[in-house]
Design a protein around this ligand. Sequence first.
Ligand SMILES: [Zn+2]
Length: 292
Amino acid sequence: MGRGRADGEGKARIGAATPPGLTCPRMGNVTTVGGPSAGQSGQNDGQRGRAREAIRKASNVLVLTGAGISTDSRIPDFRGPQGVWTKDPNAERMSNIAYYRSDVEVRRLAWRARLDSPVWAADPNPGHRALLRLEQAHKLNLLVTQNIDGLHHAAGSDPELIVEIHGTGRDVQCLHCSYRAPMQDALDRVRAGEDDPACPDCGGILKSATVSFGQSLNTADLGRAEQAAIDCDLLLAIGSTLGVYPIANVVPVAKSSGATIVIVNGSPTEMDDLADVIVRGSISEVLSEILL
Ligand SMILES: [Zn+2]
């Protein structure tokens, strides 16, 4: 899987204009399904049944996961009410490449935060494991995750079928050369006393292999996601508010290609009007029920 370099050509930027091929966030020919009004607990059993039936009938599934699938593994959602950014404004500075490059104090804070990251103690939860059933049934086309926690890999999903569209926190990479290594190697140096470990090859700045604000997404990964959105007959969006672009565009792309859209999330999303089925509730519990 071609994870992104920090810079270079041919990349689409987070939050910037959509890349070629993902240019239809709200296409005119999308049919808005007058589907379920989700969030009403009395209807939830029916929605779970509809979701289960849609998945049973599907043969080519694109899964998109966001932070909500990992909250049951005690990894906080960055943007939620208990989110890291909500509670610590410095965290957002650490996630911005301009601050990270220019301010050694931001980098020192970032390394300390990485040492303390809840990711190292986190295990996959039943939601991650439930997705394995799609693979076992040979229905999974691609598993695109916005998460950087590596928990789909840890759960045993086929790495060849995973796209970590925002990178991974389990590796570090150099902002200046092609050096890349396991995060734990760099954290060992921080534990040994280095507060801003430099690249061992070129002396440049090291950063987690995640896509920060201001950095580019990998266009090959975006292309795989877009192709899967075109090819799939069902898109299962899990634990994402579907408000981070360009990856959220896979929803209208899949919809306009005729796919059934199933959304599983704890709260409303920005794409609910495109959904055929919406299921609210505990994500790990819902996935365990609808992926049989
Ligand atoms: Zn380097």
